[in-house]
Design a protein around this ligand. Structure first.
Ligand SMILES: [Zn+2]
Length: 641
């Protein structure tokens, strides 16, 4: 841990980010660089933009085409793959009046370097994922020439776009605008070709790192929040103002504007991590909540920074979106939206949960740039786990737990201790959808309405299982090493698994076979416990059973009336195993996995049996309370992305 730490701190110190958007030396390959000039007309909700892209081919194959994401075309009509999948998954939010749909029309594509050629007329939409020819979210542009490995191209693109009434946290309501995925953005060229998926209902984004230099024209007096920092401002004759934002080493650019925003600033300081200027744009009615936003963001910057590695940009923008905007709870480089609709009385941690989670995406997705189309669990799952863990450092025990468990039966208090691992990682949702997809299925092919439980909940639960199995120091070393090795790069699942086995000092392939490559569920339980008098002894028999298909080693704890105990370590491979004891005392209780190491066990209620006849009744009562509590947590957390 110390060695990894020293390296991380050293690299942060040399970055000297300041508040200019400059990161020196470069942390990323910077092979996809955008200079964008765009203007918003709020009256017609139209954006007119041009972009110059400086792109380098950092793969081993030549490029003869370019592929662009044109995300807003997903909300052009209900024939897009996004809308069809939304309908399939029952994900509603499909009704829009005519002016509330969106579109991006690319009006010009011109290659400037290495050869000047207008390729506008040869652009065409493709549908690499599902062949839906009515989907217009991936634009292919033939180059008519080859950009060799190591070569570069300069491309000019012009477009006009219509801002939707919010879909997927992007759009407008009244004079509030949240503008994301809004410009034609290159996919990622890999050694296997372009990775440029269509926009799907259940997945998000993937792009290369670069430098963004973006000039945005909006009505004068409308504050802007954006990726990067403002480096210039110019008032125009037509009562508009052009703001120039700049950021190096990011893979996306989002922005927001509204005349209603209040602006607040604060600072994150830490003895070993770089300082961060925090800027908050919030709704006037939430003026009193500024401190909570800053404190939650500090929680993320501190704990994620201490556990994984430092936040390198020197500034972050927190956006409190307008009521009913639908823009809350989303992440972009150096900027995220909190969840104003969840703001609640002090003491309930859910709004802090949203803020910590979205700030946390700066680390998992922003800095470590996994492919969210294919492996969304690599950021969402890691981040769900980390969110609950960070919150527990500051806000535990929170009122959710106290409200439901206060004054309950004593051994339930033991479970308050693991509330972060259960409610924080959303066991109920996983239990409901556990068999819906193997985690190794590409995320965009998960069934739309249940994929979240596999992406978020299952990953967080198996990370927690790893923590309770291998210990936090080991898991922390694994995650820190993964972060350090893959920051500003695009890791694949195998990269993480390799690092995990290496840092754990043992081959974890079998574990990942169970949790990642399979949709099997874990369910260990005590099938039977008998303890009968035979002469001067009690003969005790315990049958432990593997009710589920998935395999994990579990302990068995048998307690006896005289206070003595027996602990067994079962490899969990067979369907069942019997343990017998001849002791002077009668057995009292048998518990499989007594320390709840296996957080993925979908049925905790069969994990114990007592000899006393009141056992089953007590178990039922406990189980029903338990479910009420889980349901409450599920409702609280379901909207978090
Ligand atoms: Zn998320």
């Amino acid at each position: 841990m110390v060695c990894v730490w020293a390296l991380l701190v050293a690299s942060a110190a040399s970055a000297q980010p300041g508040t200019t958007g400059v990161v020196e030396p470069a942390l990323s390959p910077r092979n996809a660089n955008y200079t964008i000039i765009a203007a918003l007309d709020p009256a017609t909700r139209t954006i007119t933009g041009t972009e110059r892209i400086l792109w380098r081919n950092i793969t081993t194959i030549p490029a003869t085409t370019l592929q662009f994401h044109v995300y807003w075309n997903a909300w052009r009509d209900d024939k897009s793959t996004f809308m069809r999948e939304s309908a399939l998954g029952g994900l509603a939010d499909r009704s829009r009046s005519p002016g509330e749909w969106s579109r991006i029309d690319v009006t010009s594509v011109r290659l400037r370097e290495p050869f000047d050629v207008d390729v506008t007329s040869s652009q065409r939409f493709i549908a690499p994922d599902d062949g839906n020819m009515q989907d217009r979210t991936v634009l292919l542009v033939p180059l008519g020439q080859s950009i060799e490995p190591g070569g570069a191209a300069t491309i000019d693109v012009a477009w006009t776009a219509h801002v939707p009434r919010t879909f997927a946290r992007t759009g407008a309501i009244g004079n509030f605008f949240f503008i994301a995925q809004w410009f034609p953005k290159l996919g990622v060229l890999q050694d296997t070709g372009w990775n440029c998926h269509q926009f799907h209902a259940g997945t998000e984004f993937f792009s290369d790192y670069g430098v963004y230099d973006v000039s945005l024209t909006v009505p004068s007096g409308w504050p802007i929040g954006a990726t990067g920092v403002e480096r210039g401002r110019r008032d125009n004759a037509d009562r508009t103002t052009t703001h120039r934002y700049y950021q190096e080493d990011v893979h996306d650019f989002a922005w927001t504007t509204s005349p209603d925003y209040l602006e607040r600033t604060a600072r994150f300081e830490h003895p070993t991590l770089p300082g961060v200027d925090m800027r908050l744009l919030l709704q006037p009615e939430h003026a009193a909540q500024a401190g909570r936003h800053f404190d939650a963001t500090r929680t993320t910057l501190r704990y994620y920074g201490e556990w994984y590695g430092p936040y390198p940009y020197g500034h972050i923008t927190i956006v409190d979106p307008a009521w009913q905007s639908g823009a809350g709870g989303m992440e972009y480089p150096t900027l995220f939206t909190a969840g104003s609709r969840w703001l609640a009385p002090a003491g309930v941690t859910t709004p802090e949960g949203v803020t910590v989670h979205e700030a946390g995406h700066q680390f998992w997705y922003g800095i470590v740039g996994n492919n969210e189309f294919e492996d969304a669990w690599m950021d969402e799952g890691f981040n769900t786990f980390s969110t609950a863990r960070a919150i527990a450092q500051v806000y535990d025990p929170n009122y959710l737990a106290v409200r439901y468990f206060g004054g309950f039966i004593p051994w339930v208090f033991k479970d308050v201790v693991i509330s972060r691992e259960t409610d924080g990682n959303r066991l109920a949702g996983y239990r409901r959808d556990a068999r819906s997809d193997a985690q190794s299925t590409p995320t965009f092919e998960y069934f739309p309405s249940t994929g979240g439980s596999i992406t978020y909940n299952k990953t967080a639960l198996w990370l927690n299982t790893m923590e309770r199995w291998l210990g936090w120091p080991t898991l922390q070393r694994i995650l820190a090493a993964h972060f350090s090795r893959w920051k500003f790069k695009h890791p694949k699942p195998a990269d993480f698994f390799l690092t995990a086995s290496e840092l754990a000092g043992r081959d974890l392939t079998g574990f990942f076979d169970q949790v990642y490559r399979s949709s099997n569920v874990f369910d260990y339980g005590v099938q039977d416990l008998k303890s009968v008098r035979e002469a001067d002894q009690y003969h005790t028999t315990v049958i432990v059973r593997r009710f589920g298909e998935a395999i994990f080693p579990v302990d068995l704890l048998v307690t006896f009336k005289d206070g003595s105990r027996a602990t067994e370590h079962w490899d969990g491979n067979d369907r069942w195993k019997a343990y017998t004891y001849d002791r002077p005392s009668q057995a009292l209780q048998a518990v499989v996995d007594p320390d709840r190491v296996l957080l993925l066990d979908v049925n905790a209620t069969n994990n114990s049996r007592t000899v006393a006849p009141q056992g089953p009744r007590a178990a039922t009562k406990w189980a029903s309370k338990w479910m009420v509590w889980f349901e409450d947590c599920l409702l609280s957390w379901a909207a978090l992305v």
